[in-house]
Design a binder for this molecule. Structure first.
Ligand code: SF4
Length: 138
């Protein structure tokens, strides 16, 4: 099990390593600047990457990361992103279920009680592009 913040540390380490520790780059450094320079630069870079990863894990918490969307098979509500024009009608009518991000509507939560589904189905009909699907979309 990963500790809190470990994923941030891993992301920083992987991206930084990809960017600054490459064999062709190391070979060029040896050729033009010498092996001593390359060795010192490589050691300092690795130390810096782990230090940055450590501090990023302190400042960025797991709860700050975007949550992955639920699989559409698990959802009662789905919005076909390719149809959504971001008009906001769904958010205005049922803000507890929908939100707008980057001019597209997303489902915030599925209804927890079956009695709510009738209201949601009625509202889904008001979507001008019929982007809202209630029930299994596939
Ligand atoms: S009402 Fe339909 S088109 Fe408008 S934002 Fe909601 S899902 Fe998108």
């Amino acid at each position: 099990m990963l500790k809190k913040g470990a994923s941030i540390t891993n992301i920083v380490i992987i991206l930084s390593s990809w960017g600054v520790i490459k064999i062709p780059m190391l070979a060029n450094e040896v050729k033009f600047l010498g092996i001593k320079f390359m060795g010192i630069r490589w050691v300092l870079t690795v130390i810096s990457i782990f230090t940055m990863g450590y501090f990023m894990a302190l400042f960025v918490k797991t709860r700050d990361l975007p949550k992955p969307e639920m699989e559409s098979k698990e959802r009662i509500l789905t919005i076909k992103q390719e149809y959504c024009i971001g008009c906001g009608v769904c958010v205005k009518l049922l803000p507890e279920y929908y939100e707008i991000r980057d001019n597209k509507a997303f489902v915030k939560q599925d209804p927890k009680e079956k009695s709510q589904i009738a209201v949601i189905v009625k509202m889904a009909d008001k979507c001008p592009t019929k982007a809202i699907v209630v029930g299994q979309s596939e």
